[in-house]
Design a protein around this ligand. Sequence first.
Ligand code: PSV
Ligand code: MN
Ligand code: MN
Length: 388
Amino acid sequence: MGLNDGILNQLAEQVIELPSWAFGNSGTRFKVFATPGTPRTVEEKLADAAKVNELTALAPKVALHIPWDKVDDYAALRTYAEDLGVSLGTINSNTFQDDIYKFGSLTHVDAAVRRKAIDHHYECIEIMNQTGSRDLKIWLADGTNYPGQGDIRGRQDRLADSLAEIYARISPEQRLVLEYKFFEPAFYHTDVPDWGTSYAQVAALGENAVVCLDTGHHAPGTNIEFIVAQLLRLGKLGSFDFNSRFYADDDLIVGAADPFQLFRIIYEVIRGGGLDPDAGVAFMLDQCHNVEDKVPGQIRSVLNVQEMTARALLVDTDALFAAQQAGDVLGANAIFMDAFYTDVRPDLATWRESRGLPADPLKAYAESGYQKTIETERVGGTQAGWGA
Ligand code: PSV
Ligand code: MN
Ligand code: MN
């Protein structure tokens, strides 16, 4: 099995969006280790993202988180990014770090708190108008810790009302993307815990409201590729937050914990037409590099997505469907596994070189001297988010 031109043409169109916060220092509630060379400004985060793109041609977009990436002039930031060869992507709102949101944001019982949270989203939409971003991504920390603490039903109703106010502000070219997460920081109930809730909320809003699937936001054992298939079927898969996890929301490098799961997810993306750029599915990373260097961490991540995409494109779908029709259980499984077990790395390296890219982007990064330069030049890099 080799990568034919049809597959390479599809791979050439692949766009992965990098999260600005992946370049900041991050950690656990126990410790944030500072990594030498960490960006001090949004501009430096963009420069690092552009480096990843320069060496891989896979990551021409950078997602921002507001207010972590707050600047005075977003039009200037847009030009700055474009001069580096990248564009500004999804704008992520943040209603989870201010004291006022202790008991919720868009779901809060107090209309004044909901107003503040809605206004923050208006500010994000204003930023999107200047950055040229299509997607407003909303992840809420809203939820409760103890049974009886909150009125689950009332919170759901207030969420619907708040989202409707935000949705009314987006332009026809923009989308509202609602992310779900089954727990954390709330431990008893979360107001958008699963794809079904996210789907119910966005379906009520309209066509330009879609779901974000963060691969780390499910209970262990969840069949994530099934959710992918279902959301694509319903025309509501807006974006991915790719990462990998061993236990909870670990935010580790995508494909590091379970490459086969990533393969299965991407197979369903392809099966449902989601790889077509016109399908509008944004392939974002949502990761933290706590102990490893961040730029090579992002390079490894985009290469993992590319490798699993290549393998998923290798599935002999005609043979697979025939085996499925015939009830050939082991035959169908063997066809699927043949593609998964194919090592595409040599073919991808040769293809990269033919496009003027380094055969081994991680080696090229190590030899480029970039890491040394940023370590020397940048002193006092910032934390990814909390406390930034
Ligand atoms: C929450 O766990 C999340 O996945 C959301 O996407 C946030 O925006 C992101 O992490 C960064 O904290
Ligand atoms: Mn996420
Ligand atoms: Mn998360």
